[in-house]
Write a protein that binds this ligand. Structure first.
Ligand code: ADP
Ligand code: MG
Length: 201
């Protein structure tokens, strides 16, 4: 089996995705692209667990704050603060409320380029500006403007790891080793095997 087939990523169907009955649709997208589900649970995390999840990456506060400021500027709007850390402190509090509001589905998907592939299928952070064809672009219309007005996190249905390192840390944060299953999917042969002998009879 190709070494590429081993890459793993963490995906969370957030509480709004569960409430909108989109679990099956979302799982279907990842199945159809060829990824393999190796871990799955339904859970209501604690606020502490949510905070740790987002701060596993020490640069998350800075990067997310900067990304928010940039998107305000792009839309000709004034950001709520010029300090990225101040912006993320508010986002983090709102994320804790959002992700503890109801059950989430937490999954580990495995396959070639799974981290980047899942991010591509999920789409950009703000559903209003996410590309058509992505999950966030197709199934919800939330915006920074709406979430700011109501002082809440942006509801974008899904979390997906941003890099391979982030994925490994997040997988360890949500799953113990024995909750993940190593197995072969019959369809992987056509995706990864060098030699396709044995198909024709
Ligand atoms: P992504 O989930 O696309 O990787 P981030 O890691 O930057 O995005 O942010 C984590 C989550 O925090 C987002 O999915 C979204 O729910 C929320 N969020 C990010 N930025 C904002 C913002 N400016 N206002 C409200 N919520 C935000
Ligand atoms: Mg992120």
């Amino acid at each position: 089996m190709s070494k590429f087939s081993k890459e793993r990523t963490l995906v969370i169907v957030k509480p709004d995705g569960v409430q909108r009955s989109l679990i099956g649709e979302i799982i279907g997208r990842f199945e159809k692209v060829g990824l393999k589900l190796v871990g799955l649970k339904i859970t209501v995390p604690t606020e502490d667990h949510v905070e740790k999840h987002y701060t596993l990456d020490p640069s998350w506060r800075q990067v997310t704050g900067e990304k928010t400021i940039e998107s305000y500027r792009k839309n000709g709007k004034t950001p709520p603060s010029e300090d990225p850390q101040e912006i993320t402190a508010v986002i983090l509090e709102n994320l804790k409320k959002y992700l503890t509001s109801g059950p989430s589905i937490v999954m580990v998907w495995q396959g070639a380029h799974s981290v980047g592939l899942v991010r591509k299928i999920v789409g950009g952070t703000e559903p209003l500006s996410s590309d058509v064809g992505t999950i966030r672009g197709d199934y919800v219309m939330d915006s920074y403007e709406m979430s700011d007005t109501d002082d809440r996190a942006i509801r974008n249905l899904i979390h997906a790891s941003g890099s391979v390192d982030e994925a490994n840390n997040e997988i360890n944060h949500w799953f113990s080793g024995d909750e993940l299953v190593d197995y072969r999917l019959v369809g992987e042969q056509i995706l990864y095997d060098v030699n396709l002998d044995g198909i024709l009879e």
